[in-house]
Write a protein that binds this ligand. Sequence first.
Ligand code: URA
Length: 439
Amino acid sequence: MRMYDIIMKKRNGGELSREEINFFVNGYTKGEIPDYQVSALMMAIYFQKMTKTETHALTMAMMNSGDVLDLSEIQGIKVDKHSTGGVGDKTSLALTPMVAACGIPVAKMSGRGLGHTGGTIDKLESFEGFSTGISTETFIDNVNRIGIAIMGQTADLAPADKKLYALRDVTATVDNLSLIASSIMSKKLAAGADAIVLDVKTGSGAFMKAEEDAKALAQEMVDIGNAAGKHTIAVISDMDQPLGRAVGNALEVKEAIATLNGRGPEDFEKLCLTLGSQMLIAGGKAENVEQAEGMLKQVIADGSALKKLAEFVEAQGGDAQAVYNPELLPKASIVESIPAPASGYVQHIACDEVGICSLMLGGGRETKDSEIDLAVGILLEKKVGDYVEAGEALATIHANDAAKCAAATKRYVEAVTISMDKPHRDGYSIIKAVMDGRN
Ligand code: URA
């Protein structure tokens, strides 16, 4: 088999066989096929697309490129959760202790920030000393002992995805349905959970901007998960503006803690309740959404979800005191308001641009090896539909460098559209749809 023939077949719109897909995935993982040939293939896939059969075969090839975790030593139904990526998406920080406090074992593999989107691991490192670099034994032991552990993707888990993702990131081939579906599902299937709840984002801050595309992506992932014998559910959620009000690592941790104290932003709390309910139902802890939401609200009200977060942070070497006193989290030296340039209603916030503002402040990586500044970011004072007077704060910027602060402020103002027309937000919900593969 020759890589040249595989590229040409896809370039001409042909359907790749399972053998051809296995050939290029295995060859690339082993370093036998060069980046330039795989880049050409990714671009051919981007334009010609893949059939469902090809996407399933690609997922399985990537899953089998490394270890498949065996979590059978953990008692109970393990339910994993994954987001397709967004801005201000601190969901795992609040959601995982909530469901763990309800008795669902959380054994989660998380990632770092990617492009304009943030990552759970970077956020968790806002707790001084916190480490996700734990061994599989400690990971399993912590889940059995306290009900929750989060680790980074090990080098041995879906290594083909690691290489392919890095390549797609620099060859403008990320936002393709089959490539995203296979990337996410190969990791989730290799991570060993019994059930998977996916948060598929749509809107200006998501990889899938249009709702129909997000739904098609969700359906593809649900089909792949269920075909592999894992109960898979997808929630389609809005990412047309940042989730909650905080964007930036430590700021998002503070907002997650506020949510566990019952003082979270409405959209964020609603998303946590919706995803959490699906996790409790899939994990056999609740019969329906109503019962599940009641359980989740209870663990917030009685403080057990917050306590679970503290136990989890401590078990992974972090300073758990900061859970009860978030003032101990990293703080920026410059805190400034971004004044509104005009009076009117906030019509639109270009969500990916807000992610880039946070990146410019140092909150994300410009290159693979950049150090990130955990303290910086943006707090949105006004969201879509809010009225603002000229000169009033649109947002508060947290920075450690005056020049970066000025550049991010300018970009933020350009990302927000203000006009005197009141936007139609009647009946708006952060949740667009729920797709359950078993229904
Ligand atoms: N998240 C992933 O893990 N992979 C993608 O391709 C996109 C988002």
